[in-house]
Design a protein around this ligand. Structure first.
Ligand SMILES: Cc1cc2nc3c(=O)[nH]c(=O)nc-3n(C[C@H](O)[C@H](O)[C@H](O)COP(=O)(O)OP(=O)(O)OC[C@H]3O[C@@H](n4cnc5c(N)ncnc54)[C@H](O)[C@@H]3O)c2cc1C
Length: 457
């Protein structure tokens, strides 16, 4: 990038918020995925929508790639600047602009981290429910349509986003949606932008739906003899109309990894880790009794409900740490993360197939997932110097995705397309639908400056 552009950026922002240092470029060259790093030419930290608009006008005129950056915690290479250009780090646009507690809504800038936001919202008895394990930014969660342990009850980021302020590639600022929870006025641009991975515009403000903190809650643990039996119990619990606030599947390997956290001491067996919320203690008690019956019918080998607050917090902390524990346990190996999702009735088939495939292909790793919404992950490892085992990881991913699509599911439930899932887009959506997506992209971003090389390649 020539010095003229750097000088123009410095004029829009100020020298302190424009960096071309190797350290800053390296920090913004990779996310948490195994995809190869690519360095941006510059990193900038805007503080206002007007600055973002001026930057996009400049980039659009000169055809410079622009990549939004929240916390860089993506798992599919989503914010990697594969064509260089400018990374726009939103961490200085991290304010809560309004809390409408009476409407269960908050208006925020995109750089706020959701855990920090939830700490403040807790004082109002509210929280933003989607919770990816990492401390992601709201802009990044909107970019990837992030979900998490509570999505089974409260939905993903898309379900909890009401309105946006978006800066388009040409620098124009648009507002989408409204604060009304019912909206039927024309094309739904809000939900088109959510999950677009920064390829259609940069989000500079978001109005989010909030959920009241539950009055009564309980964590529940159930263990099973086989992963397949645990997966059948998932379908039975949802099929019985029970309403878990979280329903996570862990295979025995995942439990063993979680136990590496010294505060966790779970029996090593395929496990369902659940949470139930109730408006009253009686309602919660009644629901827990039904869950116990369903688990017993599905052959649970152990069932523990009524887990107290400290133990419950420890368990969820351990579950959220699982990804990090897995990465730390294999420092010398490369990894691959699968992220498929299927209709709940197909979940037992998907989980049984995946567990069996890991065994027959002798793949090393763990299987777990936000089972209540049909989402299944594996994190699998192979030594970098074994081409055969590396190829096996790719074949494993292909088989799992193929199975999920055959079961009417998707190649990515929550991590997004990024780099790694592009090859499945036509298979999942068909050529004609992908062509419509290409036309939408061209209409929003004719010069392909917004996160080029993502979603559609
Ligand atoms: C240990 C671990 C566990 C995880 N668990 C989950 C999980 O359970 N569920 C889940 O969904 N994800 C999970 N993730 C993935 C990741 O945390 C989420 O995808 C998260 O939403 C990324 O947020 P971020 O702030 O890090 O965004 P980034 O990685 O910085 O960016 C994500 C995407 O959004 C774009 N973007 C960023 N800001 C903006 C903006 N203002 N406007 C437009 N586009 C923008 C970027 O260009 C990129 O395409 C996990 C990651 C880790 C490391």
């Amino acid at each position: 990038m020539d010095m003229e552009v750097i000088a123009a950026l410095t004029e829009i922002l100020d020298a302190e918020r424009v960096s071309v240092t190797d350290a800053d470029r390296a920090l913004h060259g990779r996310d948490q995925s195994p995809h190869a790093a690519h360095l941006p030419d510059a990193v900038i930290w805007p503080q206002t929508t007007a600055e973002v608009s001026a930057i996009l006008k400049l980039a659009n005129t000169r055809h410079i790639p622009i990549v939004g950056w929240g916390a860089g915690s993506s798992l599919e290479g989503n914010p990697i600047p594969v064509h260089g250009g400018i990374v726009v780090n939103f961490q200085r646009m991290n304010q809560i602009l309004a809390i409408h507690a009476e409407d269960f809504q908050v208006v925020v800038q995109p750089g706020i981290f959701y855990k920090d936001m939830n700490k403040i919202l807790g004082q109002f008895g509210l929280f933003f429910a989607p919770d990816p394990g990492a401390n992601a930014s709201i802009g990044g969660m909107i970019g990837n349509n992030a979900a998490g342990t509570r999505t089974v009850r409260y939905g993903a980021t898309r379900d909890n986003t009401l309105a946006l302020e978006v800066v388009l590639a040409n620098g124009k600022v648009i507002r989408t949606g409204s604060r009304s929870v019912k909206q039927s006025a024309g094309y739904d641009l809000t939900h088109l932008i959510v999950g677009s991975e920064g390829t259609l515009g940069l989000v500079t403000e978001a109005t989010l739906k909030l959920t009241p903190l539950p009055e009564h809650f309980s964590a529940v643990l159930a263990t099973f003899s086989h992963t397949a039996k645990a997966a059948e119990a998932v379908f039975s619990i949802i099929g019985a109309g029970l309403g878990p606030a979280a329903l996570e599947l862990l295979d025995a390997a995942a439990v063993t990894y979680m136990n590496q956290d010294s505060t966790i001491n779970l029996p090593v067996a395929p496990t369902l880790l659940m949470e139930f919320h109730g408006a009253t203690a009686e309602a919660l008690h009644t629901e827990l009794a039904l869950v116990r019956d369903v688990c017993a019918d599905c052959g649970a080998t152990r069932f523990e409900a009524g887990v107290g607050r400290d133990e419950r917090d420890r368990l969820w902390h351990g579950r959220h740490q699982l990804g990090e524990i897995l990465f730390r346990a294999h420092p010398k190996e490369t990894y691959l993360i699968t992220d498929v999702s299927v209709p709940i009735s197909r979940y037992p088939d998907l989980a049984t197939f995946t567990a069996g495939l890991m065994e027959t292909m002798n793949i090393n790793g763990a299987l777990f997932g936000h089972a209540g919404d049909g989402n299944l992950h594996t994190v699998v490892f192979a030594p970098p110097d074994s081409p055969r085992q590396q190829a096996d990881l790719q074949r494993f991913n292909d088989h799992v995705v193929q199975k999920a699509i055959n079961l009417d599911g998707t190649c990515t439930g929550e991590h997004g397309v990024g780099i790694g899932k592009q090859k499945y887009m036509v298979q999942e959506h068909g050529e004609a639908a992908v062509d419509v997506m290409r036309q939408i992209k061209t209409m929003f971003d004719p010069h392909n400056i917004l996160n080029p090389g993502k979603i559609l390649g």
